[in-house]
Design a protein around this ligand. Structure first.
Ligand code: GDP
Length: 435
């Protein structure tokens, strides 16, 4: 989906506008815990067009001089976004820093829409026209605090979305990425895969973003796109070392992947930061493989293998569906297993189960484990049907949603997993009341 970034010097009101744009009036499509709390990244929609919104001002670069902060934020917007909202302020008028940013933005081929914030009264609205001087077309008057002007602004933003934005979803390659905290070996794994899969076809310039993905066909004929979790290939920029920016890149890689490989480090064991990264992948409903890398560095006794597996299952309980693979980017150990595992999970995510089979399973499940009751009323389940793939999504029709407990949902999910093979992918269960 298209990515929209907010840029502008400090105090023009970027985060107020961010909050407005993701506010309820615009219907938040998805709330990703941990990230929206960071308040830099959210999914929103306007006129049924979904987009991702990034507040570059929320990326903490406070160690840097002001001019550098502003420059890096504009760079981030230019790299990440399909459309840039350039925020200025009518109250302070046109400043040198605004012009500086404007010049920087002129170097991008991305569409730029100017939002003139703090136009709270008619006089300030008149000032909007001053901002034509930035050379980025018609400026749109908005007021973050009053919530006015956002309709016209968003119309302009949506009109600038690239028409090939859906292109990525059309191709039939299996898209995957490596995510994980620094130094677990993500870039080593990318390189190891590149060495192993000698039939590389091409590097695709990201259609809309400047990520460089690698496309290859494995020996068995399946095609893959290895998504560049940026920061991996071109390191060293100051802002890429900041925590929030690396989270942002990970989020963007996760979103574009069918399957995410969560990389852990065998030598250091599981750390708090691993759980955070895992949480992002889980929230996005992607297929997940847990890769324990650097297996060459540890004593490879069966005991260690077992205890590591046990730790993973304990620390990442919500990832119980994810297979674990012990690998080494250094020696290439077991990396040849990865393509077939990706294929299996991809197929599992695209499997469709007939309603008749689903309802057989449902009947057996209810017979084995009676539905919960509350205040003398019993949950009745009428029907179960699959409504989507990638991830497999089911709707269960019931008499009263309130009676459906989380534990019973879990039970149904487990029954589905036992009956049909869904390893590596989360399942979504939507509970609806029947009329
Ligand atoms: P990234 O930050 O996750 O991309 O991690 P890197 O790929 O840069 O790896 C961090 C360090 O771990 C580097 O010094 C690598 O050489 C080393 N490393 C990565 N994978 C392995 C592995 O499987 N075995 C060993 N022994 N070292 C590894």
């Amino acid at each position: 989906i298209p990515v929209v970034a907010l840029v502008g010097r400090p105090n023009v009101g970027k985060s107020t506008i961010f909050n407005r744009l993701i506010g309820e009036r615009l219907s938040i499509v998805e709330d990703v815990p941990g990230v929206t709390r960071d308040r830099i990244y959210a999914t929103a929609s306007w006129l049924n067009r979904e987009f991702r919104l990034i507040d570059t001002g929320g990326i903490d670069l406070s160690d840097e001089p002001l001019m550098n902060q502003v420059r890096y934020q504009a760079e981030i917007a230019m790299e990440e976004a399909d459309v840039i909202i350039f925020v200025v302020s009518a109250r302070e008028g046109l400043t040198d820093i605004d012009e500086n940013i404007a010049n920087q933005l002129h170097r991008t081929h991305k569409p730029v829409v100017v939002a003139v914030n703090k136009t709270d009264n008619p006089e300030q609205r008149m000032q909007t026209y001053d901002f034509y001087a930035l050379g980025h077309g018609e400026p749109f008057a908005v007021s973050g605090s009053h919530g006015t002007g956002f309709g016209d602004l968003l119309d302009a933003v949506v009109a600038s979305f690239p028409s090939d934005a859906s292109h990525e979803d059309d191709d039939k390659t299996i898209k995957f990425s490596f995510i994980g905290r620094p130094n677990v070996g993500k870039s080593s794994l990318v390189n190891a895969i590149l060495n192993e899969q000698r039939v590389i076809v091409s590097n695709i310039e990201g259609t809309t973003r400047e990520a460089v993905d690698t496309y290859f066909t494995a020996a068995d004929g399946h095609s893959f796109t290895m998504i560049d979790t940026a920061g991996i290939r071109k390191r060293g920029k100051v802002y890429e070392k900041t925590e929030k920016y690396s989270v942002l890149r990970a989020m963007s890689a996760i979103e574009r992947s069918d399957i995410v490989c969560l990389v852990l480090d065998a030598e250091t064991g599981i750390r708090e930061q691993d759980k955070k990264v895992a949480g992002y992948a889980y929230e996005a409903n992607k297929g997940i493989i847990i890769l324990v890398n650097k297996w060459d560095l540890v004593d490879k006794s069966d005991k260690l293998f077992e205890s590591f597996t046990k730790d993973i299952r304990k620390e990442f309980q919500y990832l119980s569906f994810a297979p674990i693979l012990f690998v080494s980017a250094e020696t290439g150990q077991r990396l040849n297993k990865l393509p077939e595992m990706l294929v299996t999970i991809y197929e599992n995510r695209h499997r469709r189960i007939q309603s008749s089979l689903l309802n057989d399973v449902l009947m057996d499940a209810v017979a084995m484990n009676p539905t919960p009751t509350d205040k003398g009323r019993r949950l009745k389940i009428f029907y179960l049907t699959q409504v989507a793939v990638n991830p497999p999504t089911f709707v269960v029709f019931v008499n009263d949603k309130e009676l459906m407990h989380f534990s019973y949902e879990r039970f149904l999910e487990n029954q589905l997993r036992q009956s049909f093979y869904f390893e590596g992918t989360p399942l979504r269960l939507i509970v609806r009341e029947r009329e």
